[in-house]
Design a protein around this ligand. Structure first.
Ligand code: DGJ
Length: 730
């Protein structure tokens, strides 16, 4: 809900548990007053942050000798005006003169959350959202900067984005335009972000904020394996379970930047938006430019509280897919079982065993099209490889269906191989810079999806296949980052613009395909988790979070990914041992429980493993199906971090707290270890629970305050689960 006190210039954006308060100061500066636990609007008083005279600072208005712009906590920051912190925007006219002065022009409340043209965004049902539209204007340049703050009270989120509108007759160049900026007063905060690499995505990194500028981001054309477009600011003593945490996530899949600037007073300026690297957007008279949206979440119950808000909101209001709230099928994917080396017979044998094990969906991965015998050829030639699949995809999908399995197919729609019919016909359809090398990654080039005719072509090829076969799942892969980003359609544009246009093109293609085939479950993938972000998750409510299927590595990847994204969105597979990426052996139970913590799948040849493991897999699937609803739709709570302990533990709890699953993973064993008490979280204090496997009774208070005893088993990589049900006292 949004309340405006026009007389005193306060705007209070409040959700169920938090307030975000802005002060409109002297009709010029929207100042950041507060964001945190719910408080009332302050009432009549000046902004309590006017400094006594301090030397050597710039005064933007001589009449107001106490206003040093560099000390003001701004909602959206000027440039070139005496504020030397990283600005929210940088807009130049054609003589390179900047837009430097904006005044508050008007503000209003919309009773909805508008969509952002061309970009993925979260949404709200009628009556769920209000949006503050705060218009700043540079009257000399005739340019409006419109700040949007959508408030979705019941989900406890605030969503920010920005529009630049050119009302004048001259053109401008947008060099930098953040989705959100925020200034916070010194509180010895910590900065938490997710760093990584291929097969080691999203590792938690937490730093004490020190003076200077810290940036994370991507200029790879995708949000990247290296950094996720997410960060959190934590109170000094905040942790998983307590303290104030401020979470930020950008709904965008291309180049992004997140900045934390700490000045000499230890005050912070936060920025999140499109990366300004080689970005220069020509804003013509009459035109608007919109940033992607940034989601902001406040929690006073630590990181778990923040994640709970993100999870619920993303499960319910990020994607519009019909699969959003549908239970996900247990799948088998042939990639690690066969790689490129398969034929119909081999696949059908895997599918038959999969059916017997209780699997519901068979996914045919890379290698089924063109002349694709390895990763050097055929991307773009989306028609069957008849040597491998003489019946063609249509008939083959029917064969799979006869086994009472659904059928899924892999595509990599954004790519083109040099060795392909498509490249022979259209050598200029890839992104490239004139007269420069066409840099390849994984032996492939990137299609110029800035161009509509290329998107139309790919749409037609893929939709023909989807219309002529029985396909209920698509894995949309993307195996290389962008480089040499030039488009013959936009010969004068810098690489940052092309990468942005490329992203708009990808979104348009994703929108078209997902809305044309609304019953298909789309799973995103980018060489594993290289583009797992809310932008893609808007179109595809599931993501293959890493090519690393080693259960131990996965503990970390899934734990850290869950800071923002809910388990239902994480594709998690049991694969063979020794693991193909790490060479590690872990037992089937350990692999099974780790993968059962997400949307479960299998990625191994069921015909080449032991009878005992086949039986274990059957039992796992029975277990998963029984508990799938809690795992996919319950609250997820992290108890012990693999980044800090030799054990990991997490829980799934139904919304009504009647049922809970506790998963415990012991990593490296030591001799003579005592049992340990693990304090559970999120249960009902005033109820009693029965652990279903042992029949033991516990009060909720005991499990929460004393803990649950975990005994040590004599084994490395030992997984255990416990199932609690509320006791019916009647
Ligand atoms: C990368 C994906 O992450 C893998 O799962 C697999 O689909 C390969 N690409 C296929 O090329």
């Amino acid at each position: 809900m949004i309340k405006i006190d026009k007389n005193e210039g306060w705007i209070n954006l409040s959700t169920t548990n938090c307030s975000y308060i802005i002060k409109l100061f002297r009709n010029q500066y929207p100042l950041h007053f507060y964001w945190g636990k719910k408080i009332p609007t302050p009432g009549k008083r000046e902004f309590p942050y006017m400094e006594p005279t301090r030397g050597n600072l710039v005064i933007p208005e001589p009449a107001n000798d106490k206003i040093y712009i560099e000390l003001l906590p701004l909602e959206y920051a000027y440039q070139s005006s005496g504020d030397y912190r990283p600005s929210s925007f940088n807009i130049l006219d054609k003589h390179n003169n900047p837009v430097i002065e904006t005044k508050i022009k008007e503000y209003s409340i919309l009773n909805e959350k508008p969509n952002i043209p061309g970009l993925p965004c979260t949404w709200a049902k009628e009556g769920e959202a209000q949006t503050l539209k705060l218009v700043l204007t540079d009257s000399i340049k005739n340019l409006d900067i419109i700040l949007y703050y959508a408030v979705i009270e019941k989900y406890d989120v605030i969503i920010r984005w920005c529009e630049i509108k050119n009302n004048g007759t001259q053109e401008f160049y947008i060099k930098r335009l953040m989705s959100l900026s925020m200034d916070m007063l010194n509180n010895n905060y910590q900065f938490l972000f997710l760093e990584g690499a291929w097969a080691r995505e999203r590792q938690i990194c937490k730093e004490i904020i020190k003076p200077g500028l810290k940036q994370i981001g991507s200029i790879r054309g995708i949000s990247s394996h290296q950094f996720n477009p997410f960060f959190a600011i934590l109170d000094k003593n905040a942790d998983e379970h307590k303290g104030s945490v401020y979470g930020f996530n950008l709904v965008y899949s291309g180049n992004f930047i997140a900045e934390v600037d700490c000045n000499y007073d230890k005050n912070l300026r936060l920025n999140l938006g499109i990366n300004p690297w080689e970005f220069s957007w020509n804003l013509k008279p009459g035109a608007s430019f919109y940033t992607p949206e940034g989601i902001m979440v406040y929690s006073d119950t630590g990181l778990n509280g923040m994640s709970r808000i993100f999870h619920r909101f993303y499960r319910e209001r990020l994607s519009k897919s019909t699969w959003r709230q549908k239970m996900r099928p247990v799948l088998i994917n042939n990639w690690e079982a066969t790689y490129f080396n398969f034929n119909e017979d081999k696949l059908l044998k895997i599918a038959e065993s999969a059916k017997q094990a209780g699997i519901e969906l068979f996914v045919l991965d890379d290698g089924w099209f063109g002349e694709r015998e390895n990763d050097k050829t055929s991307l773009g030639d989306w028609f069957e490889n008849k040597r491998k699949l003489p019946s063609g995809i249509g008939l083959f999908s029917k064969e799979i269906e006869k086994l009472d399995l659904s059928f899924g197919l892999w595509f990599e729609p954004e790519m083109i191989s040099k060795e392909s019919k498509l490249y022979k016909e259209h050598p200029d359809w890839c992104l490239h810079l004139p007269q420069r090398l066409r840099g390849e990654g994984r032996n492939q080039l990137v299609l110029d999806l800035c161009r509509k005719e290329i998107r139309d072509y790919i749409f037609k090829l893929i939709s023909d296949i989807l219309s002529n076969a029985s396909i209920s799942y698509i894995k949309w892969d993307m195996n290389r980052t962008l480089s040499h980003a030039g488009s013959i359609a936009y010969p004068d544009e810098p690489q940052g613009n092309i990468m942005y246009r490329y992203m708009l093109g990808v979104y348009e293609l994703m929108f078209r395909l997902t809305s044309h085939f609304p019953d298909i479950l789309f799973e995103g993938c980018a060489a594993g988790g290289g583009r797992m972000d809310p932008g893609i998750l808007h179109y595809m409510p599931q993501f293959w979070i890493s090519d690393n299927t080693d259960a131990l590595s996965r503990l970390k990847i899934q734990y850290a990914t869950s800071l923002v994204y809910p388990p239902i969105m994480m594709g998690a597979h049991v694969s063979d041992v020794p693991n193909h990426e790490t060479g590690r052996y872990t037992d089937m139970e350990f692999r099974g429980l780790v993968a059962s913590s997400g949307s479960l799948g299998y990625e191994l040849d069921l015909n080449s493993i032991s009878v005992i493991d086949i039986k274990n897999i059957r039992d796992q699937i029975v277990f998963y199906k029984k508990h799938r609803k809690i795992i996919q739709f319950g609250n997820f709570i992290r108890l012990l971090s693999p980044f800090e302990n030799n054990t990991t533990a997490w829980m799934f709890i139904t919304q009504d707290k009647k049922e809970a699953l506790l998963f415990h993973f012991a990593l490296l064993n030591e001799a003579n270890l005592p049992p340990s008490l693990l304090k559970l979280i999120g249960l009902d204090e005033d109820s009693f629970y029965v652990e279903q496997r042992t029949g033991l009774n516990f009060s909720g208070k005991e499990l929460i305050h004393r803990g649950f005893l975990i005994t040590n088993k004599k084994q490395d990589f030992k997984a255990q689960y416990f199932h609690f049900k509320k006791k019916n006292l009647n």
